[in-house]
Ligand binder design. Structure first.
Ligand code: MC0
Length: 160
């Protein structure tokens, strides 16, 4: 008879799906200088930038890099735009490296509500503006196993 691997646990009272995570959207890496990092990722890994912007509210200069054929999750480079930003603080404390893991969700408010109902702290009461007009919120890393989790609801497609 097949034995269940001992590492597989059966969580109780969990309704799968109500958070609505669709896929990994991007992985965010904190870097001190965006232009130097863009050159490094292009020359070293052959990644190319598909989007770049400054998010004043978040205090970041950021770039999205495509991996492979560009259909999968992206790498986001995050550089501080001012010294009091979350990224500047992260770099001061940890140096460059992985800063966040972002999931695509269909409805960021519904996802945040589902996680609040499980006792997790969301950083914002209401979603804020993220990359390319997306709506975002974050789970505090201390409530998510030491990982800053971002929820991303993409902007609706532009109709012409
Ligand atoms: C802090 N901690 C982290 C962490 N940042 N742990 C894992 N990953 C991180 N990124 C840990 C510290 O080491 C410390 O642990 C504890 O959390 C401190 O918590 P705190 O005092 O409550 O908070 P702060 O002041 O360190 O700030 C952390 C916090 C902040 C996550 C609240 O960075 C924040 O508000 N982040 C959300 C916004 C953000 O990251 N924006 C930049 C990306 P110990 O054990 O020492 O106590 S903007 C973006 O991503 C947009 C453009 C987009 O994608 O669309």
């Amino acid at each position: 008879m097949m034995q269940r691997p001992p590492s597989v646990t059966e969580p109780e009272n969990v309704t799968f799906g109500d958070v609505g995570l669709l896929r990994i959207d991007h992985v965010g890496v904190a870097v001190p200088d965006l232009d130097i990092a863009l050159r490094f990722y292009a020359e070293t890994f052959g990644m190319h930038c598909v989007h770049q912007e400054t998010n004043e509210e978040q205090g970041v200069r950021e770039a999205m890099l495509a991996v492979g054929d560009g259909t999968g999750p992206r790498l986001q480079l995050l550089a501080p735009a001012r010294p009091d930003s979350a990224i500047a603080k992260f770099l001061d404390r940890n140096g460059p490296g992985l800063q966040q893991l972002a999931y695509t969700v269909a409805d960021v408010e519904a996802a945040a509500d589902a996680l609040r109902a499980r006792g997790l702290r969301l950083l914002y009461d209401t979603p804020r503006r993220g990359t390319a007009g997306s709506r975002i919120n974050f789970v505090h890393p201390k409530d998510a196993g030491g990982v800053l989790v971002e929820l991303v609801e993409s902007a609706p497609p532009v109709r012409h």
